[in-house]
Design a binder for this molecule. Structure first.
Ligand code: G
Ligand code: G
Ligand code: MN
Ligand code: NA
Length: 256
């Protein structure tokens, strides 16, 4: 695979760069944290989207090393902001964990080591795992999630509503948050049955004591609807696109 060789080269050359997309409290728009979204700054191709390289990194197993590097960098950046800005002390940083990473027995050990080496408090880190991945082998997932939860980090189920969920497992998973898939958010205005789907997800989540993040918010109307449905947090172009570190830092600074 040509891209595999290129990924190996890029890892050595340090061409992967974390971008950070703000996540806000829906009630007042104040900053709650960021989601880390990786970009590949390719010398010939420019910025390559993760939609292109994450699947190849998954297939080849390179995602394990890449994932560790991203996690390390994201924790390091957030701890730097926490040291520099008093207002950043309550923020958290979310990092996506792929299927392959989630299936690694050593995942919790690696995460613990990264928290130690960067000094980031565990409570400031959130891992996002998609609904499809956690439900693939729900019995095994309970164990893996429990090991991660023991570190004191937050866990979030990403792209919620697009996979098949078992309600009994949702209750057994030691998760903190659900992230409503952007497809529901974006269809609320044109196909109102999506409002009812979002309402059902939020109510179910709250009754399981989970917080809810809505992603892909692009309009004021979507924001207002989500707030009226008691969704807790929001993320999307209405607030900001994913930003390089320096621009995300401005967001942190301005939140003071
Ligand atoms: O960033 P973008 O907006 O293009 O993201 C596209 C997809 O790639 C999303 O599904 C996102 O979860 C995934 N993605 C982005 N960054 C990472 C990463 O660092 N690790 C993993 N596993 N997936 C990522
Ligand atoms: O990890 P996840 O699959 O949820 O990744 C979020 C994806 O959604 C990323 O590809 C990110 O760039 C994208 N995204 C974030 N905000 C918006 C938005 O407001 N609209 C759309 N269409 N995509 C968004
Ligand atoms: Mn995500
Ligand atoms: Na998502």
């Amino acid at each position: 695979l040509a891209m595999e060789q290129d990924l190996i080269r890029a890892l050595k050359a340090g061409e992967f760069e974390p971008y950070f997309q703000p996540i806000v409290n829906l009630a007042d728009g104040t900053l709650y944290g960021f989601e880390t979204l990786t970009r590949w700054n390719h010398p010939d191709r420019g910025m390559v989207s993760p939609g292109e390289f994450i699947p190849v990194a998954e297939e080849t197993g390179l995602i394990v090393e890449l994932g560790i590097r991203i996690l390390e960098e994201a924790c390091h950046v957030m701890e730097g902001w926490r040291q520099k800005y008093p207002a950043a002390r309550d923020l958290n940083i979310a990092v996506n964990i792929s299927a392959r990473q989630f299936s690694e027995a050593a995942l919790a050990t690696s995460v613990g080591r990264i928290l130690d080496s960067t000094g980031l408090p565990a409570s400031c880190l959130k891992l996002e795992i998609t609904e499809t991945v956690v439900m693939l082998d729900a019995v095994k997932s309970v164990n893996q999630l429990n090991m991660l939860k023991k570190l004191g980090i937050m866990l979030s189920i990403d792209d919620f509503g697009t996979g098949y969920s078992s309600m009994s497992y949702l209750q057994k998973f030691p998760t903190d948050q659900l992230k409503i898939d952007l497809s529901f958010v974006q269809r609320m205005e044109t196909a109102p049955e999506n409002i009812e789907i979002v309402r059902a997800i939020v109510n179910m989540a709250h009754s399981l004591r989970l917080r809810v993040v809505a992603e892909g918010i692009e309009t004021e109307r979507q924001r207002d609807l989500l707030y009226s449905l008691q969704c807790d947090y929001g993320q999307g172009y209405l607030y900001s696109k994913p930003l390089p570190k320096a621009e995300a830092e401005e967001f942190v600074k301005n939140s003071e």
